[in-house]
Design a binder for this molecule. Structure first.
Ligand code: NI
Length: 183
């Protein structure tokens, strides 16, 4: 496995429309393993193949919730997270609820920046897993939000595109300033 470079905005590759996977191959499974390693290392809860430069409709998600026996006052650095890796190939949204949910979203391609985004609270989605098997399920909560965020990447859309121009420009200026101070 390998940790891959994550592409950051304003790289034009993030605006590419990713292509459907026709047959899931060993090469895809290697890419998926590398994407998980890259995501856990970052760390993040979702990653689209295009974020590591591969324009194919492949996503990995792991919400990494704290273990059930975690005390409420636990030190964030010592919390054990339960890993539940999920692979979505050629995901489609079949239905979405009218009611919206708001989450303070971030993105590994827009590092350190966060903003509230409204999306349908529940969706019905279909996808293939890494064996090529088809799935269809109704999803809600953070998983529904995360899948919609990652699916946006497949269509060249970033979470900042859902914000007002003013808010987006503010975040991008903040990011530029952060990069300058880190350089
Ligand atoms: Ni993202």
């Amino acid at each position: 496995m390998a940790i891959l470079d994550i592409i950051e905005t304003p790289d034009a590759r993030l605006r590419a429309i990713s292509k459907p996977v026709e047959v899931v191959t060993d090469a895809h499974r290697t890419l998926i393993a590398d994407m998980f390693e890259t995501m856990y290392d970052a760390p993040g809860i979702g990653l689209a193949a295009i974020q590591v430069g591969v324009p194919e409709r492949i996503l990995v998600i792991d919400l990494q919730r704290p273990a059930d026996d975690t005390p409420e006052d636990a030190d964030p650095k010592t919390i054990k997270y339960v890993r539940e890796p999920r692979v979505f190939i050629n995901p489609e949204i079949l239905w979405e609820s009218e009611d919206l949910a708001v989450y303070n979203e971030g993105c590994l391609s827009v590092p350190e920046m966060y903003a509230d985004v409204n999306r349908p609270a529940r969706i019905r989605a279909s996808w293939l897993d890494e064996t090529g098997a088809a799935h269809e399920q109704e999803l809600d909560g953070l998983l529904a939000t995360c899948l919609q965020h990652e699916m946006d990447h497949l269509n060249g859309v970033l979470f900042i595109d859902h914000l007002s121009r003013l808010k987006r420009d503010m975040l991008l200026k903040k990011l530029e300033k952060l990069r300058r101070s880190a350089a």
